[in-house]
Design a protein around this ligand. Structure first.
Ligand SMILES: O=C(O)CCC(=O)C(=O)O
Ligand SMILES: [Fe+2]
Length: 329
């Protein structure tokens, strides 16, 4: 398992007025690595600093306080260190990271309230963290808006109508989540099976990744290769790192791949924030007609997006039983 130098990702500048050029650049990035930077995205550095500050305030609370908002049956709230194991085949211990899931809140009167993962969020006590909820909700809205912009560009990059993914049933009730992450200063040891985050691809359409600038993210471009080669992705100040998820891989019949990635910790504490953007829970994802032909038949059977998500949680999340046992009536 080798580690090569640093990967230079395409840098997509959303202030560029030439949408056609942007779409072409995005296509190149999606074909080559499935990872790219996005700059001039409209989310200010000052605001991102506030989100990171609130995240840091939560993770520095005593464990006892954090456990009061332990992940519930809708996979919302706090997940302690080692709770998640993203690559069970290669990991001796779970991921050396703690996290916090925030999703869209669905009220009890909404017909979707019976669906898995739907419900209210958990929030740390406002007495302890008065600005927390407001900051995270504001970030959620901004990250979702940016994701929707990128989804339109992805449609163009696939030579489809810009509005291709705007059809009812696709992203009108998107399964989106903010995931705050904190990697304590505990060095990884890949040979021994200790990772900050084990190798995985993301489950939805795309992920926006912000970090505090501490390196650690690595990608493997050829996930099916016998010998995995890992390259470091350098953080770029002010940029989001965007990567493609499994649903887009299925929609495009492997044209745009969901790239394998992992996090190694080099003994320095690290914070990152992922925003996962996925299709509706009930969306059936099947090959886009322009991505298959007689010579290139569909490689995947149609799949319900939510089933894929729950299937992945089942193998990677401790205490998944609570999700599985929730009554959906
Ligand atoms: O922390 C990072 O840089 C990556 C996190 C990640 O890949 C994930 O949560 O899916
Ligand atoms: Fe990931």
């Amino acid at each position: 398992m080798g580690v090569a130098g640093a990967e230079r990702l395409e840098c997509v500048d959303l202030s560029c007025p030439d949408v056609e050029r942007l779409a072409q650049q995005l296509r190149k990035a999606c074909l080559e690595t499935g990872f790219f930077y996005v700059v001039n995205h409209g989310i200010s550095e000052e605001f991102m600093a506030q989100v990171f500050e609130q995240s840091r305030k939560f993770f520095t609370l005593p464990l006892e306080e954090k456990m009061k908002v332990y992940q519930d049956e809708n996979v919302r709230g706090y997940t302690p260190i080692f709770d998640e194991k993203l690559d069970p085949a290669k990991q001796r211990l779970g991921d050396a990271k703690e996290g916090y899931y925030i999703r869209r809140e669905v009220s009890g009167s909404d017909p979707r309230a019976k669906d898995p993962l739907q419900g209210p969020n958990q929030w740390p006590s406002p007495d302890t963290l008065p600005e927390w909820k407001q900051t995270m909700e504001m970030y959620f809205d901004q990250a979702e808006k940016l994701s929707r912009k990128l989804i339109k560009l992805i449609a163009l990059a696939l030579e489809l109508e810009e509005s291709f993914f705007d059809k009812p049933g696709m992203f009108d009730h998107a399964m989106a989540a903010v995931r705050l992450l904190h990697y304590p200063a505990q060095a990884s040891n890949p040979e021994e099976g200790f990772f900050g985050a084990g190798a995985h691809s993301d489950y939805g359409m795309l992920t926006l990744l912000a970090s505090d600038g501490v390196p650690g993210l690595q990608i493997c471009k050829e996930k099916d290769a016998k010998e995995q080669v890992w390259t470091n992705v350098q953080p770029l100040k002010g940029a989001f790192i965007v990567n493609l998820g499994d649903m887009l891989e299925r929609w495009t019949n492997n044209l745009f791949r969901s790239t394998l990635h992992r996090v190694l910790n080099y003994g320095v504490e690290r914070y990152s924030i992922a925003f996962f953007m996925g299709p509706n829970f009930d969306c059936i994802v099947e090959c886009i007609p322009t991505c298959c032909s007689e010579l290139n038949p569909s490689k995947f059977p149609p799949a319900k997006s939510g089933d894929h998500l729950l299937g992945r949680y089942k193998v990677t999340h401790k205490d998944y039983e609570a999700v599985a046992n929730r009554k959906y009536t």
